[in-house]
Each structure stands twice: as structure tokens, then as C-alpha cells.
Design a binder for this molecule. Structure first.
Ligand SMILES: NC(=O)C1=CN([C@@H]2O[C@H](COP(=O)(O)OP(=O)(O)OC[C@H]3O[C@@H](n4cnc5c(N)ncnc54)[C@H](OP(=O)(O)O)[C@@H]3O)[C@@H](O)[C@H]2O)C=CC1
Ligand SMILES: Nc1nc2c(c(=O)[nH]1)N=C([C@H](O)[C@@H](O)CO)CN2
Length: 235
């Protein structure tokens, strides 16, 4: 029996695209969502087990973990995709921004990885944890300081969990730069953002889907970060 792939934040965009990719290959999926959108119903109709989860509190993480253990006794992979891209702003409380960023990008993957180790090790093959980080782990960000710091923490979790869980579980990061815009991004913003990489494009979800699949398929990569950034580091 094929163990399911757990994808967090699968209600839209990259997480949704990877969930659909897995379902198209008849791979079982457990998808978490926070906001119920029609896409969640579509995933369920396609066979995904969709679990509501808000990781903003430790109680929310605990509730999710209890529900997950009712759903499965094994996991093929965990894709930590859930994320908020919060900027600093004059009317936001810096303590709240940092707490929120560390909660979703560090505490949540940390708690889920520790709790799910037995499920990953009860699978039919070598299994995977993939952390979706960000190019800014390398360079920082003047406008998303707490976000960048929390993604750097997530990248460090990759190193620690790779050490802890080898050889039965591979643990890697994917560090994207611009993959896709958000609704409401102005033309001026889009033009400026596209110029930040050598390849000058926003490739869309498929670029991330292919990179996740590449790591799942590769038996000899662990503790690494794959830069998915169009050569941004050379601009
Ligand atoms: N898109 C891009 O260009 C880039 C993306 N990345 C990273 O790639 C990953 C995917 O990006 P993208 O698809 O744009 O992500 P999104 O911004 O669409 O966020 C993914 C999901 O995370 C969920 N989420 C946020 N906070 C919580 C929470 N507290 N509890 C539960 N779920 C939560 C949201 O759920 P809901 O909507 O259901 O409320 C959202 O659908 C992210 O980790 C992102 O940081 C990195 C660099 C560039
Ligand atoms: N959770 C999210 N994280 C990030 C997003 C996003 O939409 N959601 N977008 C970006 C930008 O595309 C950035 O990479 C552009 O330089 C970063 N993180």
C-alpha cells in the first residue's frame, strides 16, 4: 500500500499544484488548508484527504497532528509549503510579525517533523521531508526581515533533521526566488521583480513541482538546499 504524501498549505498556488501533480500519478495525498476555497473541494473530489489546519497556534498544530494520526500510520513524504510572506510595516507590531513568521516557518515544521518521524519510518521506502524556504536565506531582505530570518531557521532545520533522520529519511530545502506573482502585484512591481534574476521570468508553479519531484526521485541528496531562482544570485 502506497503511503500518502502530506502537503501543507495546499489550498492554492504551489501547494495545490503539487497536490494535483501527485493525484494525477495516483499517489495518495493528505493536503492541509486554512481557508476553504473551491480548489479544496476539487482536491477532495480527486481523492485527496483534505484536513483543515491553522498552524498559527501550538494548539492548532496539536489538533492537526491528532487528526493526521487518525488518517494514516505512514507517510511517503512531508512537503512543508505553508507560509505567510509578511513584510515589516509602520503599522505592524514587530514582535507579532516575528512570532507569526517563526510559528509558521520554524515551529510548525519542527513540531510536525518530530511527531511524524515514526510515520515516515513506517513507510515502504526511503522517505522525504522537503522544506520550502526562500532565496533570501542567502542574502536577507530589508523589507521582509522576520520572514527571511524564519526561512533561515527553516533551512537550518533541514541540516539538523537530515542528521537526525538518515538513512531512512532524506531532508532537503528548496529555496525559490520569484516563482509566481500575487494578485494585485502592479505592473511596475512585476517589471522590477523580473529584472532581479538572470533568466528574468516568473516560471509558475510547474518549476516548483518539478523540483519537488526531482528530490523525491533522487536517492542520494540530503541536507541540501536547491536554489530555484533563475540565477538571481549572479545579478
Ligand atoms: N510564490 C513565490 O514566488 C515564492 C514562494 N516561496 C515559498 O514557496 C512556498 C509556496 O509559495 P506560494 O504557493 O506562493 O505560497 P502561498 O503564499 O500561496 O501560501 C501557501 C499557503 O500557506 C497557507 N498558510 C499560511 N499561513 C498558515 C497558517 N498559519 N496555517 C496554515 N496554513 C497557512 C495559506 O493557506 P490559506 O490560503 O488556506 O489561508 C496558503 O494557501 C512558500 O513556502 C513560499 O514561502 C518562496 C519564494 C518565492
Ligand atoms: N508564502 C509566500 N512566500 C513568498 C511569496 C508568496 O507569494 N508567498 N512570494 C515571494 C516573492 O515572489 C519573492 O520571491 C519575489 O522576490 C517570496 N515568498
Amino acid at each position: 500500500m502506497t503511503s500518502p504524501i502530506l502537503i501543507t498549505g495546499a489550498g492554492q498556488r504551489i501547494g495545490l499544484a503539487f497536490a494535483k501533480h501527485c493525484l494525477e500519478q495516483d499517489l495518495p495525498v493528505i493536503a492541509t488548508y486554512r481557508t476553504h476555497r473551491p480548489a479544496v473541494d476539487e482536491l477532495a473530489e480527486a481523492g485527496a484527504r483534505c484536513l483543515h489546519a491553522d498552524f498559527a497556534t501550538d494548539q492548532g498544530i496539536e489538533h492537526f497532528l491528532n487528526r493526521l494520526k487518525e488518517e494514516t500510520v505512514s507517510l511517503r513524504a512531508i512537503i512543508h509549503n505553508a507560509s505567510d510572506w509578511l513584510p515589516e510595516s509602520p503599522d505592524s507590531d514587530p514582535a507579532e510579525v516575528m512570532t507569526t513568521m517563526m510559528q509558521i516557518h520554524a515551529m510548525t515544521p519542527y513540531r510536525i517533523n518530530l511527531a511524524c518521524r515514526p510515520l515516515l519510518e513506517n513507510s515502504e521506502s526511503v522517505t522525504d521531508i522537503i522544506h520550502m524556504t526562500d532565496y533570501v536565506v542567502e542574502k536577507g531582505s530589508a523589507k521582509h526581515i522576520a520572514y527571511a530570518a524564519s526561512k533561515a531557521a527553516l533551512n537550518n532545520l533541514t541540516l539538523s533533521f537530515a542528521r537526525l533522520m538518515a538513512p531512512s529519511v532524506k531532508v532537503n530545502s528548496i529555496a525559490p526566488a520569484l516563482i509566481m506573482f500575487n494578485e494585485g502585484d502592479s505592473e511596475a512591481y512585476r517589471e522590477k521583480a523580473l529584472k532581479k534574476s538572470l533568466l528574468g521570468l516568473a516560471p509558475g508553479e510547474e518549476a516548483a513541482v518539478r523540483t519537488i519531484q526531482f528530490l523525491l526521485d533522487n536517492p542520494y541528496i540530503t541536507g541540501r538546499s536547491i536554489g530555484l531562482d533563475g540565477g538571481r544570485h549572479l545579478v
